[in-house]
Design a binder for this molecule. Structure first.
Ligand code: AMP
Length: 174
């Protein structure tokens, strides 16, 4: 079985969560299956092994899970991109548009710097607004975004176009 099929077999679609009209992709069964979790991290670690990555950045909160496992496997540090008010020291923040209203993400101002090459990790790419904000946070500190990677990409929402020219790598596409 391909890694994509293996992951797909462990994703549960939850209709109308967290609100009507959204089909939520629940990845908790992926996390609960040792072989699938290991396959994902091993695949990403191998894919990025020779890409001169200095840090992994995980987006709260499911990006922390995959991001930290990947950082450990690649012998890198994990940088946290968090919801507002969670990081205790000086932060940089980016506010971005949602379907209704806005959202904000923050990073510690000293988390990365010029010369660093950061791999951004999240569980799922939808419209790309979240990952675009993460890219702005990293580049706003003078570091380079080497690539973005996701376990799942909802390609019909065209998030990849929004992140261009940053490379998008996803293991499963719907
Ligand atoms: P977006 O900013 O539209 O690309 O949304 C990406 C963020 O929202 C990620 O952090 C995902 O975890 C979450 N997300 C968006 N849509 C879904 C979905 N259908 N199922 C699960 N998570 C989602």
């Amino acid at each position: 079985m391909s890694i994509a099929d293996q992951i797909k077999a462990h994703i549960k679609d939850v209709p109308d969560f967290p609100k009507e009209g959204i089909i939520f992709k629940d990845i908790t069964p992926v996390l609960e299956d040792a072989a699938t979790l290991k396959a994902i991290i091993d695949h990403l670690a191998e894919h990025y092994a020779d890409k001169n990555i200095t840090h992994i950045a995980g987006i709260e909160s499911r990006g922390f899970i995959f991001g930290t496992a990947l950082a450990y496997a690649m012998d890198k540090g994990i940088v946290l991109i968090r919801k507002p008010g969670k990081l205790p020291r000086k932060t940089h923040s980016v506010t971005y548009e949602l379907e209704y209203g806005t959202d904000t993400l923050e990073i510690h101002a000293d988390a990365v710097k010029e010369g660093d090459r950061v791999l951004i990790v999240d569980d799922l790419l939808a419209t790309g607004g979240t990952a675009e904000a993460a890219i702005k946070l990293i580049t706003g500190l003078g570091a380079e975004v080497a690539a973005t990677c996701f376990v799942i990409e909802l390609s019909f929402l065209n998030g990849k176009d929004r992140l261009s020219p940053t490379t998008v790598h996803s293991l499963v596409t719907y």
